[in-house]
Design a protein around this ligand. Structure first.
Ligand code: HEM
Length: 275
C-alpha cells in the first residue's frame, strides 16, 4: 500500500489491489505450493465459469478446470500441502478417517473455487463505487467503523455472484406458483438485492443504510462458507485505504468482466491522493 501511494500515479485497482489482497491470503491459507500460484486466478475464474449455462466461454473453461482438478488430485496424492494450512489439516482429518482421502481434492476445489474472483469483484467494485461517490468515501474516512457496512453495501449493489440455481427437492410453491420436485430454479441474488419493495431507493450507494439482510452471500445452510474471510479481506483494505487516501479519483472508465456468473471489473483505473 505504501508503495502504491508513493507512486502517486494512476493505478489499476483490480490488479494492484483487488487481486493482490486475496492472492496474499488464500494460497497460504489453503497451503498451495509456490509452483501453482501464477495459475490460480485463471483456474478460479474458469472454476466459476463452468457453473454457467452452456456457451463457448463455458466450453473454453472446461480444460482449465480439469487442469485444476488434476493439480489438486496430485497435491493430495503427493501430500504437498504446506504444513500449518487448512489444506494440510484436511489431509490430517483424512488420516483420522473423519473424511475419506478420495473426497479431499473435491473439498479443496469447493473451497478454492469461489475464494478469489468473488473477493476480487467485491474489492474492484468497492473502489469503483467510492471513486464515483466521494461523499461516501468521506463518510468512511470520518468513521472507519463503517467498513463492515460498506462491505455489505458494495456486495448488495454489485453482487459478485449474480445467480446460482437450486433443484426443488419436493413439490412446493413459491409466491403462489407451483414448483414440481426436480425443477431447476434460478436464484437471482443480484436482483433480490435491488428489490424496490425492500430498499428505498434500491440503486443508490449508501454505506449508512440498513443492509445486513442482503443475499449476496446466499442464505441458509449453504450460505457462503468463506464470508468471514471475505469480510475481513475487504474491510481491512477499505480501512487501510481510508487512513491513507483522501480521494480516489476516477482515471478512466472501469472495464467490466465478461463472465457467466460473476459481476465485477477487469480494470478500474484510479488515482490515489495521499491524505
Ligand atoms: C465477497 C466475496 C464472496 C461472495 C459475494 C460470495 C458469495 C457466495 C454465494 C452467493 C454462495 C452461494 C450460497 C448459496 O448457494 O446459497 C457462496 C458459497 C460458497 N462460498 Fe462464497 N462468496 C465470497 C467469498 C468466498 C470466499 C473468500 C470463500 C473461500 C475462501 C468462499 C467459499 C464459499 C464456499 C465453500 C461456498 C459453498 C457453501 C456451501 O455450498 O455449503 N466464498 N458464496
Amino acid at each position: 500500500m505504501t508503495s502504491l501511494l508513493e507512486r502517486d500515479q494512476v493505478i489499476d485497482a483490480v490488479t494492484d489491489i483487488a487481486q493482490a489482497m486475496p492472492m496474499s491470503v488464500v494460497p497460504d491459507f489453503l497451503g498451495m505450493p509456490e509452483d501453482c500460484r501464477d495459475r490460480l486466478i485463471e483456474w478460479a475464474v474458469a472454476g466459476l465459469e463452468v457453473g454457467g449455462p452452456p456457451s463457448e466461454r463455458v466450453a473454453a473453461a472446461v480444460p482449465l478446470t480439469i487442469e485444476l482438478a488434476e493439480y489438486l488430485g496430485a497435491l493430495v496424492a503427493e501430500r504437498r500441502t504446506v504444513p500449518g494450512s487448512l489444506g494440510h489439516d484436511l489431509l490430517t482429518a483424512a488420516d483420522r478417517e473423519d473424511v475419506s482421502m478420495e473426497q479431499c481434492p473435491a473439498l479443496m476445489i469447493d473451497y478454492f473455487g469461489p475464494s478469489l474472483e468473488t473477493t476480487i469483484s467485491a474489492l474492484g467494485s468497492a473502489i469503483a463505487l467510492f471513486s464515483q461517490h466521494p461523499g461516501q468515501w468521506d463518510l468512511l474516512r470520518a468513521n472507519p467503523d463503517l467498513a463492515a457496512s460498506a462491505f455489505n453495501e458494495v456486495i448488495r449493489l454489485e453482487s459478485p455472484l449474480r445467480s446460482f440455481t437450486r433443484v426443488a427437492g419436493r413439490n412446493t410453491e413459491i409466491g403462489g406458483d407451483p414448483l414440481e420436485e426436480g425443477s431447476r430454479v434460478a436464484v437471482l441474488f443480484a436482483s433480490a438485492n435491488r428489490d424496490e419493495r425492500k430498499r428505498d431507493p434500491p440503486d443508490e450507494f449508501d454505506i449508512t443504510r440498513e443492509n445486513a439482510d442482503h443475499v449476496a452471500l446466499g442464505y441458509g445452510v449453504h450460505g457462503c462458507a468463506g464470508q468471514g474471510l471475505a469480510r475481513l479481506e475487504v474491510s481491512s483494505v477499505l480501512t487501510r485505504l481510508a487512513r491513507s487516501v483522501s480521494r480516489l479519483e476516477p482515471a478512466g472508465e472501469p472495464r467490466p468482466v465478461v463472465h457467466s456468473l460473476v459481476r465485477g471489473y477487469a480494470s478500474v483505473p484510479v488515482r490515489l491522493h495521499a491524505a
